[in-house]
Design a binder for this molecule. Structure first.
Ligand SMILES: *[C@@H]1O[C@H](CO)[C@@H](O)[C@H](O)[C@H]1NC(C)=O
Length: 367
């Protein structure tokens, strides 16, 4: 005779905690948020004469490192989207503490066709704040998206004009976020505003010429300078993304702060023909300015009117005026950074920590 025990199971289902919080989102006065557009640097024409000017294809044909496929432990990860960096005895981007990956944008930001000169490419910015006193400036990895999981990359240094015929790395450029829009690359410069680089002016220079940080150098052409206003806390330009889901196209810019609870997100409308911000008398004024009450935000974008924010502790925060703020904890095992949305694919982001550097996409519709 057998005995049957009735066993009661206590089932603890671990799920994503989506907590509706009452974080104070509010609209701010748009006229307090202005950027001044500078003219196009005239030095560039001189450099074009002096240096070999290369197209994206030249970089694509001269990629020099492999990106291994990876599988980070991320909630709602898009299968097979993850990749990392070269990690070998003589070259290690996965663990280096000299360079830290920060910003992301893709050829799907650059053009609606999702390709740039026929290539599907992702750009990742890195800062060198802890290396040579930041003198090395910022670099961009051009990552070619091959078929399947085969990806390869090459670093390109960001430089600015110096004198009439020279250029230099941009000391202290944190490059916390980037947007690739047409031939232009928008890079945030924390306290100053936006720096705009032009992919029509990429130079291939000899290693021996200058800072031995990369072969090709991408020229900073123009800038959008933050306009201070009394009574308004100076904006920090910590991250940036492109919103192609509403018309006109626009840039979403936000600030990181560890303690301040008055951090803001700004939207600036862009002109898809010139690839520049919409301006009036050289001034771009925000078309949306909101304060959101969260600290330690690392990246943000807006998809069909819904904001998505990454946060240091590994959370993903969403907001619409109708559904308010929702915070999903434990989405990322480490610190997530800048965001870039690719229609038909998902929401791209990356993690910066040495030894845990992954680039990957999540399914934004699940948040
Ligand atoms: C903030 O502005 C948006 C338009 O950009 C509007 O839809 C929303 O209702 C406003 N929110 C509040 C709380 O006033």
């Amino acid at each position: 005779m057998s005995l049957f025990f009735k066993v009661i199971y206590f089932v603890l289902l671990f799920t994503n905690f989506a907590v509706s919080t009452t974080a104070a989102w509010k609209n701010l006065t748009l006229s307090n948020y202005k950027l001044k557009q500078t003219g196009y640097s005239s030095t560039i024409a001189n450099l074009d004469k002096a240096l070999p000017n290369v197209k994206l294809a030249t970089i694509m044909e001269n990629l020099n490192h492999d990106n291994p496929g990876t599988a980070p432990k991320v909630k709602n990860l898009l299968a097979s989207s993850g990749y990392g960096w070269k990690d070998s005895s003589n070259f290690n981007d996965q663990d280096t503490e000299k360079w830290y990956p920060q910003g992301i944008s893709t050829s799907a930001d650059a053009f609606d066709s999702e390709k740039y000169e026929g290539y599907s490419v992702q750009l990742i910015s890195w800062h060198s704040d802890h290396y040579d006193d930041g003198k090395r400036g910022a670099r961009i990895s051009f990552v070619k998206q091959g078929s399947g999981r085969k990806k390869k990359y090459r670093h390109v240094l960001l430089v600015r004009p110096k004198g009439d015929e020279d250029f230099e790395a941009i000391k202290g450029l944190h490059a916390g976020g980037i947007v690739w829009y047409g031939n232009l690359l928008y890079v945030v410069d924390t306290t100053s505003g936006l720096r705009v680089f032009d992919l029509n002016h990429i130079y291939s220079v000899d290693e021996s010429i200058k800072n031995k940080a990369g072969k090709s150098r991408n020229k900073y052409a123009r800038s959008y300078d933050w306009q201070k206003k009394s009574g308004v806390t100076n904006m920090r330009f910590s991250f940036i993304s492109l919103d192609r889901t509403t018309t006109p196209d626009s840039l979403i810019i936000g600030e990181y702060h560890a303690e301040r609870t008055n951090c803001r997100l700004l939207r600036f409308d862009a002109d898809y023909k010139t690839r520049l911000l919409k301006t009036s008398s050289g001034i771009a004024t925000a078309s949306q300015a909101v304060q959101h009450g969260n600290t330690k935000i690392q990246g943000a974008t807006s998809i069909n009117g819904k904001f998505f924010l990454t946060q240091s502790g590994g959370s993903l925060i969403t907001h619409t005026w109708k559904d308010r703020q929702k915070k999903t904890t434990g989405v990322f095992p480490k610190v997530p950074e800048d965001l870039s949305y690719e229609k038909d694919v998902g929401l791209w982001t990356l993690m910066e920590q040495p030894g845990y550097r992954h680039v990957f996409a999540i399914d934004s519709s699940k948040f």
